[in-house]
Design a binder for this molecule. Structure first.
Ligand SMILES: *[C@@H]1O[C@H](CO)[C@@H](O)[C@H](O)[C@H]1NC(C)=O
Ligand SMILES: *[C@@H]1O[C@H](CO)[C@@H](O)[C@H](O)[C@H]1NC(C)=O
Length: 402
């Protein structure tokens, strides 16, 4: 498709997005971020101001970010976080050694900047005030950051366009019925195709992205991950990559192989996988799958075994080949017990999602409308009960929240 068609299509989609945005009533929040609906490559994206106020140049942070107040552990709030899965406690699903994407020599990426883009996806329940605040934290902390917000529909289209030459990948993505599996896979696809920062919606940005990579690694890192569990697992709620990074290609290969393996075990196809038939989201498409794939990929590139031991007890970022691994404090200070000796807290994950419902998503996989409706009713009742006692905040369920 010629560039101009992309542009027109992007404009069209943007208008639809703007319309949906207005009609879905999510504009009640105090801070309205600029909504960018992404379609295709950089030349096909457009930033769409939503109202006059948004036409103001987005260059002045509303709060000083050069010296933000240090983050403190929240008082009196206990957030249930997942238990760590030791890196090799679960059997490794067999890998097919198939490569779904071409190999890009690392030196092709060296010297290229990380795209200044934030990628996020909104689920069917939209964006509430807390998530608006989280989005705003990214745009105020990083004034020149482009924000790319995908919907379920535009994400499908994005994958079809970006991976037009790789029909296997499109099929796997569009076949997946469980929203969390799709959301997990989507971030890898976006990081590979476009790069930049992926972040789940329930993540606050506390420090400018420009400051994440220490000066000595600036020219060397092509992928940046933060530890969720020291020595065991990288967080997948926030990941920064240059496009075409081999380690992300490896994560995509790993996820497809694992999905096929799980489908085989359940005597079904990828489209038949459900939350009940898969072993564990974290291992199949989630952060543990990503961690294993990246460590294996680094090992291949380096020609030596790199493992959990190489990402244990990190006090400062470590560069493994071209992958910068940030200590627990960076992306997962809470999970690391609010360490004081590991450098700044860069982002904060709120675990707003409760995607671990039977259907693995905000409103389930769409397989049972009646069930969805029933679930929504229950949720409403719960919200009502909670707002009556006035103490507990409404829980938002985001998919893509592993
Ligand atoms: C798998 O499903 C097919 C078709 O329903 C059936 O014939 C076969 O016996 C099943 N195999 C196993 C191992 O469950
Ligand atoms: C990984 O850890 C092993 C064992 O401590 C060490 O020998 C090796 O040099 C490390 N690899 C890298 C790339 O740091």
């Amino acid at each position: 498709m010629p560039r101009s068609s992309y542009y027109i299509l992007a404009l069209l989609l943007s208008s639809i997005a703007t319309f949906l945005w207005f009609s879905s009533g999510v504009r009640t929040a105090t801070t309205t971020p600029i909504l960018t609906l992404t379609y295709g490559s950089g030349s096909g994206s457009c930033t769409c101001p939503l109202n006059d106020a948004d036409l103001e140049p987005n260059t002045t942070p509303s709060s000083p970010v050069s010296n933000p107040s240090p983050l403190l552990p929240p008082q009196g709030i206990t957030i249930a976080t997942p238990e760590p899965i030791p890196l090799h406690s679960q059997p490794e699903p067999p890998q097919s050694q198939r490569y779904y994407l071409p190999y890009t020599p690392t030196h092709h990426l060296t010297g290229l900047p990380f795209p200044s883009k934030l990628w996020q996806k909104v689920g069917p329940n939209g964006i509430d005030q807390d998530r608006q605040k989280d989005i705003h934290s990214w745009t105020t902390t990083n004034p020149s950051l482009r924000h790319e917000l995908l919907t379920d529909g535009s994400a499908d289209q994005y994958v079809r366009d970006q991976f037009a030459k790789f029909p296997d990948i499109i099929h796997v993505y569009t076949d997946l019925a469980v929203p969390i599996l799709k959301a997990d896979f989507l971030r890898q696809l976006i990081l590979y195709a476009d790069g930049g920062v992926w972040s789940d919606l329930d993540v606050t940005c506390h420090q400018p992205i420009d400051s994440w990579i220490p000066a000595k690694y600036k020219d060397k890192a092509n992928l940046v991950v933060g530890l969720e569990f020291d020595g065991n697992q990288f967080a997948s709620w926030t990941v920064m990559a240059k496009p075409r990074a081999n380690h992300i290609a490896a994560a995509i290969d790993y996820i497809i192989d694992t999905l096929e393996y799980e489908a085989g075990l359940a005597n079904t196809t990828i489209s038949g996988l459900t939350m009940k038939t898969i072993s564990d989201v974290v291992l199949v498409t989630g952060p543990q799958a990503m961690t294993r794939a990246i460590l294996q990929s680094i090992s291949v590139e380096l020609g030596e075994k790199v493992d959990g031991g190489n990402v244990s007890n990190l006090q400062e970022p470590v560069l493994l080949h071209d992958v910068l691994v940030l200590p627990n404090a960076a992306f997962a200070a809470m999970q690391g017990g609010w360490p004081k000796d590991q450098g700044p807290y860069l982002v904060e994950h709120h675990y707003a999602g409760s995607w671990k419902n039977d259907q693995g998503g905000e409103s389930g996989g769409g397989s049972s409308g009646a069930q969805d409706q029933e679930e929504k009713e229950k949720e409403k009742e719960k919200e009502k009960a909670e707002s009556d006692d006035g103490a507990v905040k409404t829980e938002v369920r985001e998919d893509g929240d592993s």
